[in-house]
Design a protein around this ligand. Structure first.
Ligand SMILES: Nc1nc2c(ncn2[C@@H]2O[C@H](COP(=O)(O)OP(=O)(O)OP(=O)(O)O)[C@@H](O)[C@H]2O)c(=O)[nH]1
Ligand SMILES: [Mg+2]
Length: 615
């Protein structure tokens, strides 16, 4: 008998890439071609993007498992999100895999998140298959993309072995792949072969049961599910195991069910062994990162390392005059409990109490990471208020340090001047500029995270909606110095009431309005943005004076420009330091932190007196 065993019947593969390079589309095709569905079953596209927000935004937010059969082999697949803000999801699940498919869009080439996920894959020691996807795109340049991927490998590989990676070309959307870009098979068989040949079959360590909890799910019938890959031994329903937590304590628990993934389903099994990816029920109070082990050999596995958050904001109890009207959950206790509960599964997130009982500091990996939490909570019925997102500044060895990102921008040459000027003002430092033959330019920047907060809106305006940008945190650098970015002033409601066409028309003479007629407003609510810096108060509830005399002009209907409604992310981008966003299940309302002029001047006096005291 050999001491180690190899599970030739299994391959565990993660799919990693920059956002939108086609991961979930490829999983669709892998599922369909492995006959997971009945022939007449209509499963649609982006099958794995199952939650509502993923469907609406067209992006993957949570990493998910599925499993297919190819011949005698079970291929466990882990789909991951490509957006940098959800990088924590990628870090969390890579330990379940032995290999990964690194997808790269043939037209875009490697992007910032390609670098991040490849580095993480190397760190975990995964074998990599490069998949150059979307070779059907108009400006696809598979050869050019491959050269850049090689450069990236040379830069990131930790040992020479890692430089060897097979390359497969694909059109995920059509479910086709091949080893040459212009000779694709009619199906994904070449990719299946590459997986079977290049992804190592799991090695089974001898010894008692051991598994790291990489994910957690919840089911009304079975309760909490602990998800992970068995690294040693085997497990069966009814087994007693030890749960080893972060504090190094062990407690005993009994496994009720052992489930494995089959396509989109979970199937109970009588036994699962090292190499299998399983879901275990019956274990309450499990935290991601815990080790489950044989009680006779309770050896903990290293907990999952996750990069630190870089952006934070406060979540507070709703203090607007409308508080308690629209949400089901609006108290400090409910808000606090919900935020801390999120930490159980959202590994990239931090939550802290503040010196004010009704405010919490929530830190994440980027604006979108926090925006998704806000949107999820409002859909659950919570109402609260949030402050402007800010970069997390640290003092390291007495020096003020701030998070810096590597930014990649693709734009048309005619927008180059405007964008480089805007990035320069935000302390961006250009490190590379590449012109292509079609009038496109790619820029690489190092830029403080601070400079990117609120930049996306202006970037889209500066490039007339044609620009692409992606960034990824690269760590802390010395503070790059102050910069002032002046937003135009807010139009704030001067009194409470219901907005009227006449009043809004008056406001529109001063700028753009965010609300339409017939909406409830309160004093200090931000109802629009004016054309220059400095807030102005407007009475959007003003009625037209009634007069008995019909004049030829007074009856001319007032024409309103439709309200320009801000989405959640646009609202977060818009916020100034002295403003808050009120979030309820029904509305997003921008407001001044201090609603009335009296409160504003009192707050200003307080700041001034504390400044003069400190000076
Ligand atoms: N032309 C072309 N488009 C593709 C191909 N594969 C995927 N797409 C399209 O690319 C877009 C993004 O695809 P997704 O599968 O959602 O990308 P993803 O990598 O899962 O994105 P995230 O999970 O958000 O990181 C979709 O509109 C797909 O239809 C392809 O081979 N060719
Ligand atoms: Mg996806």
């Amino acid at each position: 008998m050999t001491l180690t065993n190899i599970r030739h019947d299994i391959r565990n593969v993660a799919i990693i890439a920059h956002v939108d390079h086609g991961k979930t589309t490829l999983v669709d095709a892998l599922l369909k071609q492995s006959h997971t569905f009945r022939d007449n079953q209509n499963v649609g596209t982006l099958i794995m993007d199952t939650n509502d927000l993923e469907r609406e935004k067209g992006i993957t937010i949570l990493a998910k498992n599925t499993s297919i059969r190819h011949g005698d082999v079970t291929i466990n697949i882990i789909d991951t999100p490509g957006h940098a803000d959800f990088g924590g999801e990628v870090e969390r699940v890579l330990n379940m895999a032995d290999g990964c498919l690194l997808l790269v869009d043939a037209a875009e080439g490697p992007m910032p998140q390609t670098r991040f996920v490849l580095r993480k894959a190397f760190e975990v020691g995964l074998r990599i298959i490069v998949v150059i996807n979307k070779v059907d795109r108009a400006h696809a340049d598979p050869a050019g993309a491959l050269v850049k991927i090689h450069d990236l490998f040379l830069e990131l590989a930790e040992d020479a072995d890692q430089l060897e990676a097979p390359v497969v070309y694909a059109i995920a959307k059509e479910g086709r792949a091949g080893t040459k870009p212009d000779e694709l098979a009619a199906d994904l068989e070449p990719l299946f072969l590459a997986i079977l040949e290049s992804v190592p079959a799991p090695v089974v360590e001898p010894g008692g049961f051991q598994m790291l909890v990489a994910n957690r799910a919840y089911d009304d019938y079975t309760g909490t599910l602990a998800i992970g890959r068995i690294s040693r031994g085997s497990v069966s329903p009814g087994d007693w195991i030890a749960v080893l937590n972060a504090a190094g304590e062990a407690r005993r628990a009994k496994v009720v069910q052992v489930l494995v993934y089959r396509g989109l389903e979970r199937r109970p099994v009588e036994k699962a062994s090292a190499g299998d990816i399983v879901l275990l029920t019956g274990l309450e109070d499990i935290v991601i990162g815990d080790t489950l082990a044989d009680p006779d050999s309770p050896d903990p596995l290293p907990r999952i390392a996750i990069d630190e958050p870089t952006v934070r904001m406060t979540f507070g109890v709703n203090t607007s005059p409308f508080t308690g009207r629209e949400g089901t959950f609006s108290t400090t206790r409910q808000l606090r409990a919900r935020l801390y509960k999120e930490l159980e599964t959202n590994l990239g997130l931090h939550v802290e109490d503040t010196d004010q009982a009704e405010r919490f500091l929530v830190s994440g990996r980027g604006e979108l990471h926090l925006a998704v939490l806000i949107e999820t909570m409002r859909r659950e019925g919570y109402e609260f208020e949030v402050s402007r997102p800010e970069a997390i500044i640290k003092v390291i060895n007495g020096q003020r340090m701030e998070p810096v990102e590597r930014l990649t921008v693709d734009l048309r040459e005619e927008h180059l001047g405007a964008v480089t000027e805007a990035l320069g003002k935000r302390r961006g430092e250009m490190i590379e500029i590449v012109y292509d033959s079609r009038g496109g330019v790619r820029l690489e920047y190092l830029i403080p995270t601070r400079g990117l907060i609120g930049f996306r809106n202006s970037f889209l305006t500066l490039t007339a909606g044609t620009g692409l940008m992606g960034s990824i945190g690269i760590g802390y650098r010395p503070w790059a110095g102050d910069f002032r970015e002046q937003r135009n002033g807010a139009l704030t409601a001067s009194s409470a009431g219901t907005s009227l066409t006449f009043g809004l028309a008056g406001a529109q003479e001063r700028g753009t309005t965010f609300i339409g007629p017939g909406e409830a407003v309160y004093e200090g609510m931000v109802v629009g943005v004016q054309k220059r810096p400095g807030d102005i108060r407007v009475n959007v509830c003003r009625e037209k004076k009634q007069s008995n005399i019909r004049s030829s002009t007074s009856d001319i209907a007032v024409r309103l420009t439709p309200a320009s409604r801000l989405s959640l992310e646009q609202s977060l981008d818009f916020l100034a330091d002295d403003e808050l966003l009120e979030v309820t299940p029904k509305h997003l309302r921008l407001r001044k932190r201090y609603l009335t002029e009296v409160d504003q001047s009192r707050a200003r006096r307080l700041v001034e007196s504390s400044l003069s005291r400190n000076s």
